[in-house]
Ligand binder design. Structure first.
Ligand SMILES: NC(=O)c1ccc[n+]([C@@H]2O[C@H](COP(=O)([O-])OP(=O)(O)OC[C@H]3O[C@@H](n4cnc5c(N)ncnc54)[C@H](OP(=O)(O)O)[C@@H]3O)[C@@H](O)[C@H]2O)c1
Length: 266
């Protein structure tokens, strides 16, 4: 088999400056994808781009962008085409969470989160589907979450935003069946990234069960995407958890989740 099976195919990865997106960039570069990397922290992206160009001989373009801002996705879409006429893979990974009581949460921050986790993801997906359709080929990966399978008290807006991503992705995958475009929802459980810091988690004495490093999570997502899987839940623990969640009465799940998440409030 060709050692670079995706040579000259192009992928856009959002949230590539840290965590799962950063690891996805390395994994896809090693498979020969040309990359367009976006996030707000340009310096980290430029360092990563330089490293990936040198190691893998691919093209990497950096477009710094705050995807929570209105019109950011239109602007990003236009800039992407200054580098590449067609994007074959769209990796909607950028996202963040907020721990705490909804009644105390900052309204602007809530809007920022919903704009990033939901609106920008939908908007980019809608923008890139036509060119994938013309080619009769495309890969879309949306990063949802195990948290999207549960209504999570003290993480209410985040878990609801990921329920949107999980459901939207599954529905869209069905609509696009037979077009050559696949949609994969990567639903990680706890993953060792910058996520907890940004979400404002209290430092826990014990790590969350089922926690994984960002690399295996990214690899599972990428492999699942290439296999055309619709849903990739990371790790045996998290897969078991989702099965149990579906069996238990909803109220029990909400109460149990609330008691776990409450401990995460600083
Ligand atoms: N870690 C977990 O436990 C976990 C579990 C389930 C799901 N997830 C999901 O996995 C995805 C990746 O998160 P992660 O765990 O890798 O967290 P992370 O290490 O904090 O990375 C988040 C990425 O999103 C980017 N980002 C944040 N705000 C942005 C904005 N306004 N505009 C553009 N980019 C922005 C960040 O870059 P800049 O700060 O440079 O903009 C960073 O590259 C998210 O969708 C998250 O919800 C994570």
């Amino acid at each position: 088999m060709n050692s670079k099976p995706h040579k000259h195919k192009a992928a856009l990865i959002t949230g590539a400056s840290e965590g799962i997106g950063y690891e996805l960039a390395g994994i896809m570069a090693a498979d020969g994808w040309d990359l367009i990397l976006t996030a707000r922290r340009e310096e980290i992206l430029q360092d990563l781009a330089k490293d990936l160009r040198e190691k893998h001989g691919i093209e990497v373009f950096v477009i710094p962008c705050d995807l929570s801002k209105p019109d950011a996705t239109d602007d990003l879409f236009r800039k992407v085409h200054e580098f590449k006429p067609c994007v074959n893979a769209l990796i909607n990974n950028a996202g963040f969470g907020m721990i705490g009581y909804f009644k105390d949460a900052d309204s602007d921050r809530i809007n920022e989160m919903l704009n990033l986790n939901i609106i920008s993801l939908v908007s980019l997906t809608r923008l890139f589907i036509p060119e994938m359709t013309r080619k009769g080929m495309g890969w879309i990966m949306n990063v949802g979450s195990v948290a999207g399978f549960v209504p999570a008290p003290y993480f209410a807006t985040y878990s609801a935003s990921k329920a949107f991503v999980n459901n939207f992705s599954d529905a869209l995958a069905c609509e696009l069946d037979g077009t050559g475009i696949t949609v994969t929802c990567l639903a990680p459980g706890p993953t060792r990234t910058g996520f907890g810091r940004v979400a404002g988690y209290k430092k826990a004495k014990r790590e969350q069960p089922g926690a994984l490093d960002a690399y295996p999570v990214a690899k599972l997502g990428y492999d699942g995407m290439l296999q055309g899987k619709r849903m990739v839940i990371t790790g045996g623990f998290n897969q078991g958890l989702v099965r149990i969640i579906k069996l238990l009465p909803r109220q029990t799940v909400v109460n149990l989740t609330g008691s776990v998440m409450k401990k995460r409030i600083p």
